[in-house]
Design a protein around this ligand. Structure first.
Ligand code: AMP
Length: 538
C-alpha cells in the first residue's frame, strides 16, 4: 500500500491512517458482510480521484452525498472528503424537492450517489439548474441516463480508475475548511446549513477516543441517519481507531436487541427514543448485553427509568448521557450514570453534566447576564467545538453566535434551558426556551412546519404541536389552522409531504373556529396542548 503523508487533523486522516495500521481489519459490516480497511480505501480513493479529475472547479468546495447505508455510499462520503471537499449529507428518502433545495442552497457542484440515491436521481437532476458532476458509486451511467440529463456530467462506477489509490495525492485542506455542511430545521420555513470545520470535528473525536479508550477491537452501532450529525461519531470514531461500523439491516433496526447480539456490538450510541422501544418490548432484561462496554445516549432528554434499565441490561458498560447541538459539533457535555445518579436527576431526566475538555459554559438570563448557581437560564457555550456558523446566512449566524457581555469569545446560544449547577452538582436539562422540539430524536423547528402549513392551507396563522408526547420529546405532529374548510386539509397534508421529511408532516390538521389566546393576546399553545391531553385521558 502506497503510504502518504496524512494530516490526522482532517476528517479523512483518521481513516487513512487506520487503513495503514489495520489494512485487514473490518471497517464496515453490512448484513454480516465485512469490508476491510484496505478494500474500502481502494474504493474511496478511486472515487476521490474521479471527483478531482472530472469536476469543473466552479462552486464551493462541497460535494453532496445522496446515499443510504451501503458500503458504496460510505465510500462516497469518504471519497468526497479525500477529494478535498466537505460533504453535504442527503437521504434518498427525502422528498426530491427538499434534496433539490439543499443542492441549491449549498451550491454543491458535485454529487456522489449509491444505488438507493440512483433510484431518485432522475427526479432530483430534473430540478437542479446548475450543472452537476454526478459520480455513481454503485452503478453505470448508460447512454439513456446521460441523454436524459444533458446539463449534468455523469460518471459511472466502471469509469472510476482501478488504480485509484496510486493516482491519489493528498489534497490541500486546512483545519478551518468545512468538513461537513449539515442542514437542520429552520424556524422561518427553510432549513439552515451548519458549517462544521475540520478542527471542530477533530477536537470532538480526540476527546471521545481518549475519554472512552476507543480501540480497533470496538464494534460500533450505526442507528443514526447520515443527515443527523451524531452519525459522525459512529463512522469517524470507528474509522479513526480501526474499529468496525456495524450497519443494521431493516429487520435489525426493528429488533435492536437482536442487532446488539448478532453484531456483537461493544459500543452502543443512540437517541433515547431508539432504546425506549427496547424497553417497551421488554428486551432490556438484566445482563442481556454482556458484550457492551460503552453505552452513549444523546440528542434528547434521557429518562431516568431508561438509563436504569439499560445500565442493568449492560452491567459491564460505562453509560453516559452526552449533550450537544449540531452547532457545537455533536456533543459537548457528559454525565456518567452511577448508582447514586437517581438523586441527581431533575424532572425524571438524567443530568447533562459537565463540559467536554476545553469547552466553556455560561448560563444566562434574558439580558444575557449570568444567573446565580442553582438558578435556571439559557445555556451558552464556547470553545474548540463551536462550529463556523450557518452557510451563506450572516444574519442568523450573528444572532446565534455572539459575544456575551464581559466576554471576548464567541458563544453559541443553544436555546436550551438548564440549571446552573451548585458546586459539585451536575448541570440539568430543563427544556427549550423556544419552539424547537425533538421528534423521535430529530430536531424540528415547529416554526418551519407552521410556515409551510400556513402557505399550503392559505391561512394567516397555523400552529404545529409535538404530539403524542413521549418521555424524551414527541413522536408526531398535529397541526391547527383557522378560517378554512376541514375538507381541504388532506390535500394540504399531501402537499406538505412533498416538501418535508416524513417525520415533520402533521398526522392531522384540525380546523378551529378561532385560536385560544393567552393574556398577552398570543396564540395559547398550552391550551391547544391541553385539548389534546384531555382527549388522551378520555
Ligand atoms: P441536534 O442539533 O439535532 O443534535 O439537536 C440539539 C438539541 O437536542 C439540543 O439543543 C437539545 O435541545 C437536544 N439535546 C441534545 N442532547 C440532549 C440531551 N442529552 N439531553 C437533553 N436534550 C438534548
Amino acid at each position: 500500500m502506497q503510504r502518504h503523508d496524512i494530516n490526522p487533523r482532517v476528517l479523512f486522516g483518521g481513516f487513512l491512517l487506520a487503513a495503514q495500521s489495520f489494512p485487514q481489519r473490518p471497517a464496515i459490516e453490512v448484513d454480516g458482510e465485512a469490508v476491510t480497511y484496505a478494500q474500502l480505501r481502494e474504493q474511496v480513493l478511486a472515487i476521490a480521484v474521479g471527483l478531482t479529475r472530472h469536476r469543473s472547479g466552479e462552486g464551493p468546495p462541497l460535494t453532496a452525498a445522496l446515499v443510504h447505508r451501503s458500503v458504496a455510499g460510505f465510500a462516497g462520503i469518504l471519497g468526497a472528503l479525500c477529494s478535498g471537499h466537505g460533504y453535504v449529507p442527503m437521504l434518498p428518502s427525502l422528498p426530491p424537492a427538499r434534496i433539490v433545495l439543499m443542492l441549491h442552497r449549498s451550491g454543491a457542484r458535485s454529487l456522489v450517489v449509491d444505488a438507493a440515491g440512483q433510484r431518485v436521481l432522475d427526479e432530483v437532476l430534473d430540478g437542479v439548474e446548475h450543472p452537476l458532476l454526478v459520480v455513481l458509486t454503485e452503478g453505470e451511467a448508460d447512454e439513456q441516463l446521460r441523454a436524459r440529463h444533458p446539463r449534468h456530467r455523469l460518471i459511472g462506477r466502471d469509469e472510476l480508475s482501478r488504480g485509484g489509490a496510486d493516482d491519489w495525492t493528498p489534497p490541500a485542506v486546512g483545519d478551518d475548511d468545512v468538513a461537513y455542511l449539515l442542514f437542520t430545521s429552520g424556524s422561518t420555513g427553510e432549513p439552515k446549513g451548519v458549517m462544521v470545520a475540520h478542527r471542530n470535528i477533530a477536537r470532538f473525536l480526540d476527546v471521545v477516543v481518549s475519554r472512552y479508550s476507543l480501540r480497533e477491537t470496538d464494534r460500533f452501532s450505526h442507528l443514526f441517519e447520515i443527515t443527523f450529525d451524531l452519525s459522525l461519531f459512529d463512522m469517524f470514531a470507528a474509522w479513526k481507531v480501526g474499529g468496525c461500523l456495524c450497519v443494521p439491516n431493516m429487520k435489525q433496526r426493528l429488533l435492536p436487541n437482536q442487532y446488539v447480539l448478532d453484531s456483537q456490538l461493544s459500543v452502543w450510541f443512540s437517541v433515547p427514543s431508539a432504546a425506549l422501544l427496547m424497553k417497551q418490548m421488554r428486551a432490556l432484561t438484566p445482563g442481556v448485553f454482556a458484550n457492551l462496554r460503552l453505552v452513549l445516549f444523546c440528542g434528547e432528554a434521557l429518562p431516568v427509568g431508561l438509563a436504569q434499565a439499560f445500565a442493568e441490561a449492560a452491567p459491564d458498560a460505562v453509560l453516559e448521557n452526552i449533550y450537544g447541538p449540531t452547532e457545537l459539533t455533536l456533543a459537548c457535555t457528559h454525565y456518567r450514570w452511577s448508582a447514586s445518579s437517581p438523586a441527581e436527576c431533575e424532572n425524571e431526566v438524567v443530568p447533562i453534566g459537565d463540559p467536554f475538555d476545553g469547552m466553556t459554559v455560561k448560563v444566562v438570563d434574558e439580558e444575557l447576564s449570568e444567573v446565580a448557581a442553582g438558578e435556571t437560564g439559557e445555556l451558552l457555550m464556547s470553545g474548540p467545538q463551536r462550529a463556523l456558523g450557518y452557510w451563506n446566512d450572516p444574519e442568523r449566524t450573528a444572532a446565534a453566535f455572539m459575544i456575551p457581555p464581559g466576554e471576548t469569545e464567541l458563544f453559541y446560544r443553544t436555546g436550551d434551558r438548564v440549571r446552573r449547577p451548585l458546586w459539585g452538582a451536575p448541570m440539568t436539562f430543563l427544556g427549550r426556551v423556544d419552539s424547537q422540539i425533538k421528534l423521535n430524536g430529530y430536531r424540528v423547528e415547529l416554526g418551519e412546519i407552521e410556515a409551510i402549513m400556513q402557505r399550503e392551507a392559505g391561512v394567516d396563522a397555523a400552529v404545529a404541536l409535538g404530539w403524542p408526547k413521549t418521555p424524551a420529546g414527541a413522536s408526531g405532529v398535529v397541526g391547527f389552522v383557522v378560517g378554512v374548510e376541514q375538507g381541504d386539509m388532506d390535500g394540504v397534508i399531501d402537499r406538505m409531504q412533498e416538501q418535508l421529511p416524513r417525520y415533520m408532516v402533521p398526522r392531522e390538521i384540525r380546523v378551529l373556529e378561532g385560536f385560544p389566546l393567552n393574556q398577552n393576546g398570543k396564540i395559547d399553545r398550552k391550551a391547544l396542548l391541553g385539548v389534546l391531553e384531555g382527549e388522551d385521558g378520555d
